[in-house]
Design a protein around this ligand. Structure first.
Ligand code: TMP
Ligand code: ASP
Length: 236
Protein backbone atom coordinates (compact mmCIF):
# COMPACT_ATOMS: atom_id res chain seq x y z
CA UNK A 1 0.00 0.00 0.00
CA UNK A 2 1.42 3.39 -1.06
CA UNK A 3 0.75 6.93 0.12
CA UNK A 4 -0.61 9.27 -2.53
CA UNK A 5 -1.60 12.84 -1.64
CA UNK A 6 -1.48 14.31 1.86
CA UNK A 7 -5.04 14.91 3.08
CA UNK A 8 -4.38 16.51 6.43
CA UNK A 9 -1.64 17.49 8.85
CA UNK A 10 -2.51 17.61 12.55
CA UNK A 11 -0.40 18.41 15.59
CA UNK A 12 0.99 14.89 15.96
CA UNK A 13 0.10 13.05 12.74
CA UNK A 14 -0.23 13.38 9.00
CA UNK A 15 -2.88 11.56 6.98
CA UNK A 16 -2.34 10.44 3.38
CA UNK A 17 -4.71 9.09 0.76
CA UNK A 18 -4.05 5.71 -0.84
CA UNK A 19 -5.25 4.10 -4.05
CA UNK A 20 -8.08 2.55 -2.02
CA UNK A 21 -10.77 5.19 -1.31
CA UNK A 22 -11.72 3.45 1.95
CA UNK A 23 -8.19 3.40 3.40
CA UNK A 24 -5.75 6.10 4.48
CA UNK A 25 -2.22 6.01 5.89
CA UNK A 26 -1.43 7.85 9.12
CA UNK A 27 2.14 8.93 9.76
CA UNK A 28 3.08 9.71 13.36
CA UNK A 29 5.36 12.70 14.06
CA UNK A 30 7.67 13.41 17.00
CA UNK A 31 6.06 16.87 17.33
CA UNK A 32 4.28 17.61 20.59
CA UNK A 33 1.99 20.47 21.53
CA UNK A 34 0.17 21.30 24.74
CA UNK A 35 -1.91 24.08 26.24
CA UNK A 36 -4.00 24.47 23.09
CA UNK A 37 -0.97 24.49 20.84
CA UNK A 38 0.75 27.30 22.79
CA UNK A 39 3.55 25.02 23.92
CA UNK A 40 5.47 23.27 21.15
CA UNK A 41 8.31 20.80 21.18
CA UNK A 42 9.73 17.53 19.98
CA UNK A 43 9.73 14.25 21.84
CA UNK A 44 12.38 12.16 20.09
CA UNK A 45 11.07 8.70 19.22
CA UNK A 46 7.47 9.53 20.18
CA UNK A 47 6.00 8.95 16.71
CA UNK A 48 7.22 5.37 16.52
CA UNK A 49 6.26 4.60 20.13
CA UNK A 50 2.74 6.00 19.76
CA UNK A 51 2.21 4.26 16.43
CA UNK A 52 3.25 0.84 17.69
CA UNK A 53 1.53 1.13 21.08
CA UNK A 54 -1.72 2.42 19.61
CA UNK A 55 -1.84 -0.37 17.04
CA UNK A 56 -1.13 -3.00 19.65
CA UNK A 57 -3.85 -1.69 21.99
CA UNK A 58 -6.39 -1.39 19.18
CA UNK A 59 -5.82 -5.05 18.29
CA UNK A 60 -6.46 -6.05 21.92
CA UNK A 61 -9.62 -3.93 21.90
CA UNK A 62 -10.85 -5.51 18.64
CA UNK A 63 -10.55 -8.93 20.29
CA UNK A 64 -12.67 -7.59 23.13
CA UNK A 65 -15.50 -6.41 20.91
CA UNK A 66 -14.54 -2.77 20.27
CA UNK A 67 -14.32 -2.07 16.52
CA UNK A 68 -11.39 0.18 15.56
CA UNK A 69 -9.99 1.88 12.47
CA UNK A 70 -6.80 -0.25 12.57
CA UNK A 71 -5.95 -2.19 9.39
CA UNK A 72 -2.19 -2.79 9.09
CA UNK A 73 1.05 -1.44 10.52
CA UNK A 74 3.36 -0.56 7.61
CA UNK A 75 6.48 0.43 9.52
CA UNK A 76 7.59 2.17 12.73
CA UNK A 77 5.66 5.35 12.04
CA UNK A 78 3.03 4.50 9.45
CA UNK A 79 -0.21 2.58 9.64
CA UNK A 80 -3.05 1.85 7.25
CA UNK A 81 -6.40 2.70 8.84
CA UNK A 82 -9.99 2.82 7.65
CA UNK A 83 -10.97 6.20 6.30
CA UNK A 84 -13.53 7.67 8.69
CA UNK A 85 -15.20 10.97 9.32
CA UNK A 86 -14.20 11.88 12.85
CA UNK A 87 -17.07 12.55 15.25
CA UNK A 88 -16.00 15.96 16.62
CA UNK A 89 -16.06 14.85 20.24
CA UNK A 90 -13.15 14.18 22.56
CA UNK A 91 -14.36 11.40 24.82
CA UNK A 92 -12.60 11.42 28.19
CA UNK A 93 -12.81 8.62 30.73
CA UNK A 94 -11.36 9.10 34.21
CA UNK A 95 -10.65 6.57 36.95
CA UNK A 96 -8.66 8.92 39.21
CA UNK A 97 -8.77 12.72 39.60
CA UNK A 98 -6.08 14.59 37.65
CA UNK A 99 -5.54 17.40 35.17
CA UNK A 100 -8.52 19.54 34.20
CA UNK A 101 -10.88 17.58 36.46
CA UNK A 102 -8.80 18.37 39.57
CA UNK A 103 -8.51 22.00 38.47
CA UNK A 104 -12.18 22.52 37.50
CA UNK A 105 -13.63 21.00 40.66
CA UNK A 106 -10.90 22.18 43.05
CA UNK A 107 -9.76 18.77 44.23
CA UNK A 108 -6.34 17.19 44.56
CA UNK A 109 -4.98 14.75 41.99
CA UNK A 110 -5.05 11.06 42.88
CA UNK A 111 -8.58 10.56 44.26
CA UNK A 112 -9.68 7.09 43.14
CA UNK A 113 -13.29 7.24 41.93
CA UNK A 114 -15.83 4.59 42.95
CA UNK A 115 -17.01 4.56 39.31
CA UNK A 116 -15.27 5.84 36.18
CA UNK A 117 -16.54 9.15 34.76
CA UNK A 118 -17.14 10.15 31.16
CA UNK A 119 -17.15 13.60 29.63
CA UNK A 120 -17.20 15.07 26.14
CA UNK A 121 -15.37 18.04 24.71
CA UNK A 122 -16.42 19.59 21.43
CA UNK A 123 -13.40 19.17 19.14
CA UNK A 124 -13.01 22.74 17.92
CA UNK A 125 -9.65 24.50 18.26
CA UNK A 126 -11.11 27.98 17.72
CA UNK A 127 -13.41 27.44 20.70
CA UNK A 128 -10.66 25.66 22.71
CA UNK A 129 -12.48 22.31 22.83
CA UNK A 130 -15.26 23.31 25.27
CA UNK A 131 -16.80 20.77 27.61
CA UNK A 132 -20.28 19.73 26.38
CA UNK A 133 -22.92 17.19 27.36
CA UNK A 134 -24.88 14.64 25.32
CA UNK A 135 -27.78 17.01 24.78
CA UNK A 136 -25.49 19.76 23.47
CA UNK A 137 -23.79 17.29 21.12
CA UNK A 138 -27.21 16.23 19.84
CA UNK A 139 -28.41 19.84 19.50
CA UNK A 140 -25.27 20.73 17.53
CA UNK A 141 -25.81 17.70 15.28
CA UNK A 142 -22.37 16.28 16.11
CA UNK A 143 -23.79 12.73 16.40
CA UNK A 144 -27.13 10.96 16.67
CA UNK A 145 -28.56 9.67 19.95
CA UNK A 146 -27.74 6.10 18.94
CA UNK A 147 -24.18 7.06 17.99
CA UNK A 148 -23.65 8.79 21.34
CA UNK A 149 -24.93 5.69 23.18
CA UNK A 150 -22.62 3.46 21.13
CA UNK A 151 -19.65 5.75 21.78
CA UNK A 152 -20.31 5.70 25.54
CA UNK A 153 -20.66 1.92 25.60
CA UNK A 154 -17.40 1.45 23.66
CA UNK A 155 -15.55 4.04 25.76
CA UNK A 156 -16.38 2.27 29.05
CA UNK A 157 -15.45 -1.08 27.47
CA UNK A 158 -12.09 0.38 26.40
CA UNK A 159 -11.57 1.47 30.01
CA UNK A 160 -12.37 -1.98 31.41
CA UNK A 161 -10.01 -3.73 29.01
CA UNK A 162 -7.17 -1.21 29.24
CA UNK A 163 -7.33 -0.82 33.03
CA UNK A 164 -6.80 -4.56 33.46
CA UNK A 165 -4.16 -4.74 30.75
CA UNK A 166 -2.04 -1.91 32.18
CA UNK A 167 -2.49 -3.18 35.73
CA UNK A 168 -0.65 -6.30 34.60
CA UNK A 169 2.24 -4.09 33.48
CA UNK A 170 2.44 -2.25 36.81
CA UNK A 171 0.80 0.84 35.33
CA UNK A 172 -2.28 2.66 36.69
CA UNK A 173 -4.58 3.97 33.96
CA UNK A 174 -5.61 7.34 35.44
CA UNK A 175 -7.57 8.80 32.50
CA UNK A 176 -7.55 8.96 28.72
CA UNK A 177 -9.07 10.61 25.67
CA UNK A 178 -10.65 8.73 22.77
CA UNK A 179 -11.93 9.79 19.38
CA UNK A 180 -14.41 7.87 17.30
CA UNK A 181 -15.07 7.92 13.57
CA UNK A 182 -17.78 6.87 11.17
CA UNK A 183 -16.87 4.55 8.30
CA UNK A 184 -18.29 4.86 4.78
CA UNK A 185 -21.02 2.37 5.75
CA UNK A 186 -21.98 4.39 8.84
CA UNK A 187 -20.34 2.22 11.51
CA UNK A 188 -18.87 3.86 14.62
CA UNK A 189 -15.26 2.74 15.21
CA UNK A 190 -12.52 3.77 17.62
CA UNK A 191 -10.11 6.05 15.72
CA UNK A 192 -7.18 8.43 16.36
CA UNK A 193 -4.66 6.92 18.81
CA UNK A 194 -4.19 5.50 22.29
CA UNK A 195 -0.75 6.41 23.56
CA UNK A 196 1.15 8.30 26.28
CA UNK A 197 0.00 11.46 24.42
CA UNK A 198 -3.65 10.64 25.09
CA UNK A 199 -3.57 8.72 28.39
CA UNK A 200 -2.30 9.40 31.90
CA UNK A 201 -0.17 6.47 33.03
CA UNK A 202 1.22 6.33 36.58
CA UNK A 203 3.64 3.69 37.81
CA UNK A 204 1.53 1.52 40.13
CA UNK A 205 4.15 1.46 42.90
CA UNK A 206 5.63 4.97 42.84
CA UNK A 207 2.91 6.98 41.03
CA UNK A 208 5.68 8.31 38.78
CA UNK A 209 4.18 9.90 35.65
CA UNK A 210 4.89 7.91 32.47
CA UNK A 211 3.07 10.09 29.93
CA UNK A 212 2.81 13.46 28.21
CA UNK A 213 2.16 15.29 31.50
CA UNK A 214 5.97 15.34 31.85
CA UNK A 215 6.04 17.53 28.70
CA UNK A 216 2.93 19.57 29.59
CA UNK A 217 4.33 20.34 33.05
CA UNK A 218 8.03 20.74 32.12
CA UNK A 219 9.01 17.90 34.41
CA UNK A 220 11.90 16.56 32.32
CA UNK A 221 12.46 12.89 31.55
CA UNK A 222 9.87 13.00 28.78
CA UNK A 223 11.62 10.66 26.31
CA UNK A 224 12.51 8.25 29.12
CA UNK A 225 8.85 8.06 30.19
CA UNK A 226 7.73 7.16 26.64
CA UNK A 227 10.55 4.60 26.40
CA UNK A 228 9.56 3.10 29.74
CA UNK A 229 5.96 2.66 28.53
CA UNK A 230 7.32 1.01 25.37
CA UNK A 231 9.40 -1.33 27.53
CA UNK A 232 6.39 -2.26 29.69
CA UNK A 233 4.24 -3.04 26.64
CA UNK A 234 6.78 -4.68 24.31
CA UNK A 235 9.60 -5.59 26.70
CA UNK A 236 12.09 -3.54 24.66
P1 TMP B 1 -7.41 16.76 30.99
O1 TMP B 1 -7.33 16.35 32.43
O2 TMP B 1 -6.41 17.79 30.61
O3 TMP B 1 -8.81 17.11 30.60
O4 TMP B 1 -7.03 15.46 30.13
C1 TMP B 1 -7.73 14.26 30.26
C2 TMP B 1 -7.07 13.19 29.41
O5 TMP B 1 -7.18 13.49 28.03
C3 TMP B 1 -5.57 13.01 29.68
O6 TMP B 1 -5.28 11.62 29.68
C4 TMP B 1 -4.90 13.67 28.52
C5 TMP B 1 -5.90 13.56 27.40
N1 TMP B 1 -5.91 14.71 26.50
C6 TMP B 1 -5.66 14.55 25.15
O7 TMP B 1 -5.39 13.43 24.71
N2 TMP B 1 -5.70 15.64 24.33
C7 TMP B 1 -5.99 16.88 24.78
O8 TMP B 1 -6.01 17.83 23.98
C8 TMP B 1 -6.27 17.05 26.18
C9 TMP B 1 -6.59 18.40 26.74
C10 TMP B 1 -6.23 15.94 26.99
N1 ASP C 1 -2.40 18.31 22.19
C1 ASP C 1 -3.19 19.30 22.85
C2 ASP C 1 -2.87 20.73 22.39
O1 ASP C 1 -1.91 21.02 21.73
C3 ASP C 1 -3.13 19.36 24.33
C4 ASP C 1 -2.64 18.27 25.20
O2 ASP C 1 -2.47 17.12 24.82
O3 ASP C 1 -2.42 18.60 26.38
O4 ASP C 1 -3.60 21.59 22.74
Amino acid sequence: MEKTTQLYEGKAKKVFATDDPELVIVSYKDDATALDGLKRGTIVGKGAINNRMSNYLMQILEKNGVPTHFVEELNDRETVVKKVSIVPLEVIIRNISAGSFAKRYGVEEGIVFAEPTIEFSYKNDDLHDPLINDYHALALGLATKEEIETIKRYAFKVNEVMKEYFKGLGVTLVDFKLEFGKTADGKIVLADEISPDTCRFWDSKTNEKLDKDRFRRDMGGVEDAYKEMMRRVFGE
